[in-house]
Design a protein around this ligand. Sequence first.
Ligand SMILES: [Fe+2]
Length: 138
Amino acid sequence: MKKLGEEYLTGLEQIDAEHVHLLDLIEKTRNLLEDENMLFKCADIRVLLAGLKDYTIEHFAHEEAYLESIGYPGLYAHKIQHQLFAQKLVELTKEVDRLTLGTQDDMIRELFEYLQVWLHDHIKIEDMKYAKFADTKA
Ligand SMILES: [Fe+2]
């Protein structure tokens, strides 16, 4: 199992474990992008997107329930970010049917780059905000 860098750790065991799962999915996306032996990648893209959707539903629900339980003042804004992520997945999933051999890698690259930014901007910045807030309440 992969490990998160310290700057990504919220200190909440379950949430950190779920973030590791996200990291694995990002890694899988990178592997799929770099796989030059595979001809048709659409089935794998679907599996990836479905995995991300499942992750999203479960993980965001856990996080939001936790934030509510500690009375986190930024909960609403945080929820919006989660919704935007879910929306992006829906958009990408809709595009899978239209992919061709010539465009499939562009879509995987778009997903990969989106996930990389998410990992940085959301986990490292936004999730750390509630981790700090939780610390002050402990
Ligand atoms: Fe979050």
